[in-house]
Design a binder for this molecule. Structure first.
Ligand SMILES: NC(=O)c1ccc[n+]([C@@H]2O[C@H](COP(=O)([O-])OP(=O)(O)OC[C@H]3O[C@@H](n4cnc5c(N)ncnc54)[C@H](OP(=O)(O)O)[C@@H]3O)[C@@H](O)[C@H]2O)c1
Length: 245
């Protein structure tokens, strides 16, 4: 039997889709046939996103996931929605997440930003029996002595995914997460450039390499497709085996 995932006619919104994993997910969803809108924080990034991708033109909206008004304004131009991908996220390095104000900033973006979008989009998703995909992390499962806010936020994203999956199954809305391992993006560039950390990570990654945004995109297409019609509340690791060690 030939298998093919076809998301033609589906409308997707990917937060933080101007770069990295979000862009990889947006392109993969487009390649599968979906119409995709990404969000970016600045008007400059919005303009940069509105390019031909090889699978169609990406449209972009300006949105800050920590700002209710910005979310409301952006969603005014979204009519139908089948797929919401909560990808926008941040980490504040150099030990600054030990300051409570910076800790709160990370929680506000990664966790509360995810909940804001889930809450605001639920009505539209219910109408089309849509689905939500949240981006967690392997730090959802391990402590992180350098990024306490990031780890706490991503652990909570996994639990939020399960809670919303249970609550919204009766509306026909599936809610899943992906926990990416070490993926090459601008967020992880400082880690990749640090030879000691790079070597430590590679030694612990069974597949012995960094992942790509496209590889996360492929898993996203599966979870957002009818092929995953009985999958909800799950967190799928896309990490080259990192979490298995
Ligand atoms: N790369 C990895 O190895 C890895 C591993 C596990 C999980 N993740 C997660 O994957 C997601 C994407 O990260 P990435 O690695 O692709 O890094 P990235 O390229 O830096 O992407 C992060 C995106 O989130 C956006 N963003 C940050 N704060 C925002 C806010 N308040 N409102 C709206 N958008 C905001 C950023 O926009 P700006 O460009 O405007 O800042 C950027 O587009 C994040 O949730 C991250 O935690 C990454």
């Amino acid at each position: 039997m030939a298998w093919q995932i076809d998301l033609s006619g589906k409308k997707a919104l990917v937060t933080g889709g101007a770069s990295g994993i979000g862009y990889g997910i947006a392109c993969a969803l487009m390649e599968a046939g979906a119409t995709v809108t990404v969000t970016a924080r600045t008007s400059k990034s919005v303009r940069a996103c509105e390019t031909e991708t090889g699978h169609g033109t990406l449209t972009a909206l300006q949105m800050d996931v920590t700002n209710d008004l910005s979310i409301e304004e952006a969603l005014e131009s979204v009519d139908d929605l089948d797929i919401l991908v909560n990808n926008a996220g941040t980490a504040i390095r150099k030990g600054l997440e030990f300051r409570v104000d910076r800790f709160a900033e990370v929680i506000n973006t990664n966790l509360i930003g995810t909940m804001r979008l889930c809450h605001e989009c639920l009505g539209k998703l219910v109408l089309r029996r849509g689905c939500i995909l949240n981006i967690a992390s392997m730090y959802s499962f391990y402590g992180n002595p350098l990024l306490p806010g990031y780890g706490a936020s991503k652990a909570a994203v996994v639990n939020l995914t399960m809670s919303l999956a249970i609550a919204w199954a009766r509306h026909g809305v599936r809610v899943n997460a992906i926990a990416p391992g070490w993926i090459e993006t601008k967020m992880t560039a400082p880690v990749k450039d640090d030879r000691v950390r790079h070597d430590t990570i590679m030694a612990r990654t069974p597949m012995g390499r960094w992942g790509t945004p496209e590889e996360v995109g492929a898993a996203a297409v599966y979870l957002c497709s009818p092929a995953a019609s009985f999958v909800t509340g799950a967190t799928l690791a896309v990490d080259g085996g990192y979490a298995a060690v």
